[in-house]
Design a binder for this molecule. Structure first.
Ligand SMILES: *Cc1c(COP(=O)(O)O)cnc(C)c1O
Length: 425
């Protein structure tokens, strides 16, 4: 078996290699369908770890990458620049709320978060304000797997081995109708006594935590306090960016704007790894100096890789086109209708939706958690029925590429619906 050969040589991510089923070998993919080597087909209902927005092997993006590969495949990004990066930076600044001035390139979600944190900390350091060192983050946060990103995340089983190596972070709960007043007081008190450098958050949807959602108006209230108290605000839109929440960016739901934004996942349409961190002119200016020591000393070998930038430019063109914007609205509307049709099922604890993200929390005897044992059973049920869904514990979620057809969505909904009866037995 080919997949056995995979496990002989490869150590897979987030996988207990001893107990996990052997990986499914995928030989090709098109639009929303994954074709396995054994002939089985799966509807990719979670956009291959949230990265794919225009479907697999999109010909427009593939063509742009191929042309770029024969023009300039890569060049060091210190001392050199190139058109794909310039075009992408211009586009991002133009489609984001009118506020960001500079784009810093990196490789993926974790590294664009590292860049954001280092930028925020050095912003104060460069001004000789060395006491502002603390970071505030949300409980249940996930920002990636590198050390800085792990530090700002919820302390849990994923990072337990590294706890002593993670820097200290103050965690506050996500806002709700019930806690918002207390939370505002808590944030103001922290700002007054803790010398806070930055506040980092996943706007509106905490993905890895199980698609936990909260209201833009509440986030606005927290951001307003942070701004008044001189705390830099970092929006981690690695998952929510590029249409996921129904708008191009989750921060478009807000009145208050962050100082720094992190983008990755959907940026290249799922073709190439790429991360970007955008900041305001005010932040950039603190690094713009005659002293070499004020330089932002950060960079990766593949920074602003031209193939990744070409993929991103093509993906942005597709994203802002009417067709894609309509698809995003259409998926959102269909999600809402489906949610209403199943909301009274006794096996459902809660249904949450924001744009193209639909999450169904199952009412299991075990607590809600990534390690909830229903995950394995549910995953297998979906796969046996030709739909690739990868529940986060007892939370089933749908986050499809925007090109998903009505027939494919019907299939995904149908499988989820029948799974509710099957799993609750
Ligand atoms: C996935 C994710 C990351 C990490 O991105 P990688 O590309 O996996 O390193 C960071 N933040 C959020 C909100 C994410 O969902």
């Amino acid at each position: 078996m080919l997949s056995n050969e995979a496990t002989k040589y490869i150590w897979h991510p987030f996988t207990q290699m001893k107990t996990a089923a052997p990986p499914v070998q995928i030989s090709r993919a098109k639009d929303c369908t994954l074709y396995a080597a054994d002939g089985t087909q799966y509807v990719d209902a979670i956009a291959s770890w949230w990265v794919n927005i225009h479907g697999h092997c999109n010909e427009y993006i593939a063509g742009k990458i191929a042309a770029q590969a024969l023009t300039l495949e890569h060049v060091i990004f210190a001392g050199f620049t190139h058109t794909p990066a310039i075009d992408l930076a211009k586009t991002l600044i133009s489609i984001l709320p009118n506020h960001f001035a500079k784009v810093f390139f990196s490789d993926d979600g974790s590294t664009c978060v590292e860049v954001a944190l280092k930028m925020a900390i050095q912003y104060w350091h460069n001004q000789g304000i060395n006491h502002k060192t603390k970071i505030i983050a949300f409980e249940n946060a996930y920002h990636g797997d590198t050390f800085g990103a792990m530090s700002v995340a919820e302390r849990n089983a994923f990072n337990a081995a590294f706890n002593n190596y993670l820097f200290e972070v103050i965690h506050i709960p996500i806002p709700t109708e019930n806690n918002i007043e207390a939370l505002k007081l808590q944030l103001a008190a922290l700002a007054a006594k803790e010398n806070v450098a930055a506040f980092i958050f996943e706007p509106l949807v905490q993905g890895a935590a199980g698609m936990l959602m909260y209201e833009p108006a509440h986030l606005d209230e927290l951001l307003l306090i942070a701004k008044e108290k001189n705390i830099l605000c970092i929006a981690d839109e690695v998952m929510t960016g590029f249409g996921r929440t129904g708008k191009n960016f989750a921060i478009e739901y807000l009145q208050q704007q962050p100082d720094i934004i992190c983008l990755s996942k959907g940026i290249t349409g799922g073709f190439m790894p790429l991360g970007v961190t955008l900041c305001t002119q005010q932040i950039f200016d603190v690094f713009y100096a005659d002293e070499t020591a004020k330089t932002f000393f950060h960079g990766h070998s593949y920074t602003a890789n031209p193939l990744a930038c070409a993929a991103a430019n093509a993906s942005m063109e597709l994203l802002i086109a009417d067709k894609c914007q309509q698809q995003i609205q259409h998926i959102s509307t269909r999600h809402t209708a489906f949610a209403q049709s199943i909301q009274n099922h006794i096996f459902i604890k809660e249904i949450r939706q924001r744009g193209t993200i639909l999450a169904i929390e199952l009412n299991t005897a075990e607590n809600s958690s990534y390690f909830n044992s229903i995950q394995t059973v549910a995953y297998q049920y979906f796969m046996n029925n030709g739909v690739f869904l990868r529940p986060l514990g007892n939370i089933i979620y749908v986050m499809p590429p925007y090109c998903i057809t009505d027939a494919e969505l019907d299939k995904v909904y149908e499988v989820i619906k029948t799974s509710l009866d099957y799993l609750s037995q």
